[in-house]
Design a protein around this ligand. Sequence first.
Ligand SMILES: Nc1nc2c(c(=O)[nH]1)N[C@H]1C(S)=C(S)[C@@H](COP(=O)(O)O)O[C@H]1N2
Ligand SMILES: [Mo]
Length: 301
Amino acid sequence: MAKRWVNDLTHADVTPRNTYLNRRQLMAGFAGAGVASMLGGRLQAAPELEPNTWEYITQYNNFYEFGTGKGDPGKNAHVLTTDPWTVTIDGMVDRPGDYAMGDIKEKMTIEERLYRFRCVEAWSMVVPWNGFELKDLLDMAGVKEGAKYVAFETLYRPEEMFGQKYPVLDWPYVEGLRLDEAMHPLTIMATGIYGRDIPKQNGAPMRLVVPWKYGFKSIKSIVKITLTDKEPATSWNKSNPREYGFYSNVNPTVDHPRWSQATERRLGANLFAKREETLMFNGYEKEVASLYEGMDLSKHF
Ligand SMILES: Nc1nc2c(c(=O)[nH]1)N[C@H]1C(S)=C(S)[C@@H](COP(=O)(O)O)O[C@H]1N2
Ligand SMILES: [Mo]
């Protein structure tokens, strides 16, 4: 099964060192996840939303704090201490402070959201998240007039996140959204998958999910949320601005400089299934296109 993964494109190939790490770790690979899906596979990938298996969702991950191989986070993330967990909300808010994760969960309404998930590397899956709307959390803190963006930060704890000992990215991982994107009802903070607590490799105890954007926008294990009037720096943009923009909306008509974004490989699909066509805004065009009216999306990629 590892073989199929070797063929996946990777946005990690930003330096020769990364290329080396990826090759090595992909070879070590992960065995097992593909078998059940092959046996149960249908001849054609279905267009309707069918969630991926728990195994795929939790064993094929990108979480570079725990290694750059797809199987690494599933093997390594168990060492992360997620309780206690504090989320700092600051910047342009009425009620800045350090919020205990338990208190946040108690106040928020947890729902299930079945979303497509499309990585910039051109693979995709469908995930039954549990979580709450980011808007509700921001409303709790009270967004001040004049705030235009939301910046997010992942935990920095190299003793547990061994990947942070290597300069693969400029740690901690940071991301950002425009305020209207953050307030959109499709934007959630995920705290669970398949009705269970979200596994550490998927970003416990709380990670962002923005289903119409490439997966790297969906930052994991968040400890800080800052409301600001300036466009925040984002990790992959800092690492390679030519290839990764601030917006990173899924768009089949704007290719990555090194590969096409017109199609995608649905994880867990039958081995012989055709690649699927990538949908504008990952299939959420009706809901989110109005956010980008009048913008040149090939310029604001
Ligand atoms: N902190 C942090 N968040 C991250 C990443 C990461 O390396 N570190 N990888 C991103 C990428 S590239 C993708 S595709 C998704 C993967 O989420 P999943 O492993 O839950 O499928 O997480 C995103 N969030
Ligand atoms: Mo990704």
